[in-house]
Design a protein around this ligand. Sequence first.
Ligand SMILES: Cc1cc2nc3c(=O)[nH]c(=O)nc-3n(C[C@H](O)[C@H](O)[C@H](O)COP(=O)(O)O)c2cc1C
Length: 210
Amino acid sequence: MPRLLVINSSGRNTRSITRRLTGQFAEHWLAAHPKGELIERDVTLQRPTPVDEAWIASAFAPPEARSQAMQAALSESEALLAEIEAADALVFGVPMYNFGLPAQLKAYFDQIIRVNRSFTFDPEAAEPYQPLLADKPTTVIVSVGDGDLLPGGPMAELNFLEPHLTTMLGFIGLRSLEFVRVGYEEFQDGRLKRALESAEQAVARRVVAL
Ligand SMILES: Cc1cc2nc3c(=O)[nH]c(=O)nc-3n(C[C@H](O)[C@H](O)[C@H](O)COP(=O)(O)O)c2cc1C
């Protein structure tokens, strides 16, 4: 049974553009996969725990040397990684907050980017970092208040969100990546309407191409 993992991160539960578009993505995907299953991960409603001393000590200990308490410190990370591994495709909804990603989504990435679990590090190797997750189609739906921050726009150099997401996802192996973007959420004029229409079409096209 095909599975789609839907990850939302907007702090808004109503009026959210990214939630609306991940919802449309899921509807199109279910129409294309009537026997498919949605896995929903909402990092605002169920906030990932920021990593701490116990998590770090456990993550860097060899698996065979981990006590039960150490294993417990990684149980959330394991569960989040298992969700990704069980999915055939992923869709993220990501608002831009202060030129980057929401803190709750950063906590999610800190949980899933883990040495010898989602990537390897060998300082002697020609390529010291290798991803460990299987690649799968990953769609990132981004909404920003000011569309001038989007790629090609006059303020694009201030967009730290997309390079950061691309780097983190690619680092663990998720490289078949496509962004769907909505600009001008804070400009309640024709530009927002046009951006939304174009994003809705991009979402429908992406699902067909999966
Ligand atoms: C805390 C916060 C920080 C924001 N920072 C930015 C920003 O740096 N640049 C920008 O263009 N828009 C910014 N915005 C606007 C959001 O990116 C925009 O409202 C987006 O549509 C939010 O996604 P959502 O509609 O899914 O909630 C910010 C909004 C909030 C709430």
